[in-house]
Design a binder for this molecule. Structure first.
Ligand SMILES: [Zn+2]
Length: 619
């Protein structure tokens, strides 16, 4: 158990008003058990359609309905079990309920796996008549989506073989996780408080953010010197992962791994390549930011361990829960009455589990299902960062609330590709509200610096990762083996280009690729960058006060999965098929850096006498 944990209050000591009200879902546990028992008959109802989908349009429609009824009930029992379990991860009753439903989930998934292949195996003529049938008009999108998969679906015996090797194909990621999280041991490093601490992936970021340069240097060097000892193993594992992606894309008739991964959301390759090209074109803004950092920290050159530490003092303002709610509510007023009424409900009707308590899951998330409110879990401790977390998670929750409200269950779940746009939009509205509200220079500088860092880390850094990911997969597709030397030199070159001449290229950074789990996620990171850029555009649109633009944004929240995600975003005012949203995000970054420069410099250009290294910022 964490040392800190023992000082935390028991859940029973937390005021009820600060906890979420899960009784809304099931006022009594016997009702949850009743629903759980319903799963078997619901499964049987659906299974009765196996082998019969070709009979008639009515049969297929009924099968869709039964499938949704089963999934909907499963979602509800699962959601309740996981939320309860997160209240206190040490509670065995809660965790065994979660285990029970997780096992059921896997069982149902296995039993119902015949459904999509059976639809895809329908004769061409049959499918044509189904697509024209008014009986199936509501399910037309689902059928068309399945048809997009047809050229990439293999024969039944081939699919069976693929199913059998899928576990083996996931070995590289498992091996990476084991090596990176369990086996690798880092040395002790100075903790910045006069003592030492064992370096971990968890405390690394905090340590390289330390205002004391020696502390962050030690952490940085210890991290990469240790990772470098396993360079060949890391390289072999990452090479293995790109091999499995290449194998899967080839066997499913995709021209490349990139195209295979973009297929699910029907994203054209240009979205990915536009992002990289546009961010690259705007690297000078990032280099300028590093120049500013260098000047503020009074260094001849920045080292790679100088890019995370704060260049403005930490914002020491303490925010109470009520005040946090008020800030978030007021910042969201530009969203209009309908939106704000639901935000009010979320705050007044206990949708949020606010405080940390013993055994509670750490971090923050928004979670719910079609038959529950979209709950939020937080560990609110009264920092300004927590206020942003509240705005962020409520962004997800409002997105879920409205797409559940406006869409049938069948199309209610929005794509991950769009999710972060809704949450980040709220953060940006909060940012602009706080900038207007507060005149305190330190607080404003904190906010500006926070935004600059968000864009640097979410857009620039993730795009650098996206570029690396594309590069290594392309090499693998051409049959170039990814040795440690190859990975290190490609990464080093890319890192130097992104960081510019204000940052000294440190040989150690060659190894950074080795510790990034996202390189195993098969082209995931670019979504962070596109989502943030979309949010910049959305927040500008909302703050313009133009009612039509706000309505368009609400349309995005309402849309769920009723259309392709790029179409939903385009209808809402953001066309990610063009470089424009990325371009305008980059301009926003440049403006933010200018604002930061102006705020930090008190006697005109190039002089930053307050926050220098002789006067380290206390944390
Ligand atoms: Zn989020």
């Amino acid at each position: 158990m964490k040392k800190k944990d023992t000082s935390l209050p028991e859940r029973s000591k937390i005021p009820v008003a600060m906890t979420w009200d899960l009784d809304k879902m099931y006022p009594d546990i016997s009702l949850w058990e009743r629903d759980f028992k319903l799963l078997d008959p619901l499964l049987a109802d659906f299974m009765a359609f196996k082998g019969k989908l070709g009979i008639s349009a009515e049969t297929l429609r009924d099968a869709f309905k039964k499938n949704d009824a089963l999934d909907r009930c499963l979602d509800k029992v699962y959601t309740y079990a996981h939320l309860r379990a997160d209240e206190n991860t040490a509670d065995s009753k809660n965790s065994s309920r979660l285990d029970q439903v997780t096992a059921k989930y896997a069982e149902i998934e296995g039993e119902t796996a015949w459904f999509d292949p059976e639809i895809l195996a329908l004769p061409e003529e049959k499918m044509k008549s189904y697509l024209k049938s008014p009986t199936l008009s509501f399910y037309k999108r689902t059928l068309e989506e399945l048809l997009r998969d047809r050229p990439h679906t293999l024969s039944e015996p081939e699919e069976k073989i693929l199913g059998m090797v899928s576990d083996a194909l996931s070995t590289p990621y498992k091996a990476f996780t084991m090596l990176n999280n369990a086996d690798i041991k880092f040395p002790k490093v100075p903790n910045g408080k006069g003592g030492e601490v064992e370096l971990t992936h968890g405390n690394y970021i905090k340590l390289v953010e330390n205002p004391n340069r020696e502390i962050r240097k030690s952490a940085f060097e210890a991290m990469y010197d240790t990772v470098a000892k396993y360079r060949n193993t890391f390289a072999a594992i990452l090479d293995g992962s790109t091999k499995t992606h290449t194998f899967e894309s080839k066997i499913r008739n995709f021209p490349s791994t990139l195209r295979a991964s973009l297929h699910d959301d029907n994203i054209p390759e240009e979205v990915y390549t536009n992002l990289i090209a546009t961010v690259r074109k705007n690297l000078p803004f990032l280099h300028k930011y590093f120049e500013l950092r260098k000047k503020v920290l009074k260094l001849g050159k920045l080292d790679m361990y100088d890019i995370y530490c704060p260049i403005v003092p930490d914002c020491e303002i303490e925010v109470g829960w009520d005040e946090a709610c008020r800030y978030v509510k007021e910042s969201l007023e530009p969203m209009g009455k309908e939106y704000c009424a639901v935000v009010d409900k979320s705050l007044n009707e206990r949708w949020i589990d606010v405080l940390e308590c013993r055994g509670k899951k750490s971090g923050a998330y928004s979670s719910g299902c079609y038959d529950s409110v979209p709950y939020v879990l937080m560990n609110f401790s009264g920092t300004m960062n927590d206020v942003f977390t509240l705005a962020h998670e409520l962004g997800h929750s409002m997105h879920s609330y409205f797409s559940h409200k406006k869409q049938d269950y069948h199309y209610a779940n929005y794509s991950i590709f769009a999710a972060e746009a809704a949450s980040t939009t709220n953060e940006l509205l909060l940012h602009s509200y706080l900038m207007e509200k507060f005149t305190d220079r330190k607080l404003r500088l904190y906010l500006v610096n926070r935004l600059a860092e968000e864009i640097r880390c979410t857009v620039y850094r993730q795009t650098m990762f996206a570029e690396f990911e594309k590069m290594i997969h392309e090499k693998r597709e051409k049959g170039i083996p990814l040795s440690a030397d190859e990975l290190c030199s490609s990464y080093f070159k890319l890192n130097s280009e992104y960081h510019g001449s204000a940052v000294r290229p440190d040989d150690r950074i060659r190894m950074e690729w080795a510790r990034i789990p996202h390189f195993y996620y098969n082209y995931y990171v670019y979504k962070y960058a596109t989502g943030f850029s979309a949010a910049i555009k959305f927040s500008e649109n909302i703050l313009s006060g133009d009612k039509a633009k706000l309505d368009a944004y609400m349309g995005f929240l309402f849309a769920g999965d009723s259309k392709d995600v790029l179409d939903i975003l385009r209808d809402a005012g953001v066309d990610l098929g063009s470089p424009e949203p990325i371009e305008s995000c980059m301009k926003h970054f440049a403006e933010t850096v200018k604002q930061l420069e102006k705020g930090l410099s008190i006697r005109g250009q190039g002089e930053y006498p307050i926050f220098n290294k002789e006067c380290p910022i206390s944390k």
